[in-house]
Design a protein around this ligand. Structure first.
Ligand SMILES: [Zn+2]
Length: 399
């Protein structure tokens, strides 16, 4: 309750200055402070005042403001001086750490306590939580994004030449504050406190893992998918159940890195799903669905693929679809309905990596439903998917 009251008061105070910030950011957002003209100085002062105000906004506040450029070497010297002492060789390695790849550095405020990091790869967000015993003083200038020799701080560089395309903050006045970054690419983050800095190293998944698969459970959340002939089973739940059984097996296999579009009853957009597969450069993108028809007689398994993609790949969508279709009908003992090129299905069409959308069987058919509704049926499909994923890697290695 106390938070809310404080927030209200400060929000009111801030509205006028915020308007100025928006206008100022609009006109000067793209300009560097280095200009040093009187006008820019004035803007800078305004901004600093506003930045202090915006620290107390309760909802995530998108950070704007002026962009500053720094030398990475200068920053490295400051960051690693404490950690490595005066030893010469170590300074070098500190600099290498920063210039090798992409890094975000947050200069922590004095009253910062524990710092933790949470990532949502699907949304490309990284959230850094800083525990505090008071409101923390942190401005956009304390947040550096480093690519090679160049470090930028302050507002997000709108030319796209920035690791992030959005930074927002939730600054509490009690025990926690949060900075949320939205990265331009699908990057995996690892954070470490180095003295009074928080250093976040960002790596492309394919820099870290040789084998990458994306698995999607179709529908979810607001979109339950098809309703089964028993009137109580929904497709989204069946898809998820199969995915979770596959995940259990995959979790035991450190060889293959699997990213899931969802592991609960949520609804990622179609674009979020396919962009994840493309963004992490997956070797395979498998989407789990169940079929349904007006006719209760229709039954069997089918798999959809992208005919336009993967020709240049050593392994393509059609090959993946054929394998999974065979696997499905054998596993569930259902009719093999075949594989279909599906340009009309968005995630199939937009996939740049070998994609297969499996329609395990028909929920509108009583016999099919009994199989896929059962724990054993779901487990069998999950095991088939697991085996096929591994055998595709085997095949690729032998080619
Ligand atoms: Zn579906």
């Amino acid at each position: 309750m106390k938070n809310k009251l404080t927030l209200k008061r400060i929000t009111l105070l801030s509205i006028a200055t915020l308007t100025t910030l928006v206008l100022v950011a609009f006109f000067f957002g793209n300009q560097s402070v280095e200009d040093g003209t009187a006008a820019t100085e004035m803007v800078k002062e305004e901004l600093e005042a506003v930045e202090r105000e915006t620290l107390f906004i309760g909802n995530p506040m998108k950070l704007g403001g002026l962009i500053h450029e720094t030398d990475t070497e200068e920053l490295a010297e400051e960051i690693f001086a404490a950690e490595i002492g005066a030893e010469e060789g170590n300074k070098e390695s500190g600099l290498t750490k920063l210039t090798d790849g992409r890094v975000i550095v947050v200069k922590l405020p004095e009253n910062a306590g524990k710092v933790s990091l949470e990532q949502n790869l699907l949304k490309r967000t990284i959230s850094v939580e800083i525990s505090t015993d008071a409101a923390i003083m942190l401005t956009p200038d304390d947040i550096y994004r480093i690519q090679g020799e160049k470090a930028v701080s302050g507002g997000v560089d709108p030319t796209g030449n920035d690791i992030v395309n959005n930074i927002s903050m939730i600054i509490g006045d009690s025990d926690r504050s949060e900075i949320i970054f939205e990265t331009n690419e699908y990057l995996l983050a690892e954070g470490k406190v180095v003295d009074h800095f928080y250093v976040i190293t960002l790596k492309r998944p394919d820099e870290l893992y040789d084998k990458i698969v994306v698995v999607d459970a179709g529908h979810g959340g607001k979109d339950p998918g098809a309703r089964a002939v028993d009137k109580k089973t929904w497709e989204s739940n069946v898809n998820l159940a199969v995915l979770l059984k596959l995940k259990e097996m995959m979790d035991e296999n450190p060889d293959v890195m699997v990213f899931y579009t969802r592991t609960d009853d949520s609804y990622p957009t179609l674009d979020e799903r396919v962009n994840l597969a493309n963004g992490v450069n997956a070797d395979m993108f498998i989407s789990i669905h169940c079929n349904s028809s007006e006719s209760s007689k229709l039954n069997g398994s089918e798999v959809l693929y992208n005919r336009n993609q993967g020709i240049e790949n050593p392994f393509n969508s059609k090959e993946l679809a054929m394998r999974l279709e065979k696997g499905l009908s054998t596993t569930l003992d259902t009719d093999m309905r075949g594989i279909y090129a599906a340009d009309d299905i968005r995630i199939v069409r937009l996939s740049e990596v070998p994609v297969a959308l499996v329609e395990t069987c028909y929920l509108s058919n009583k016999k099919d439903l009994a199989k896929i509704k059962s724990d054993e049926g779901q487990q069998a499909v999950a095991e088939m998917l697991y085996d096929q994923i591994l055998s595709v890697y085997e095949l690729k290695e032998n080619r």
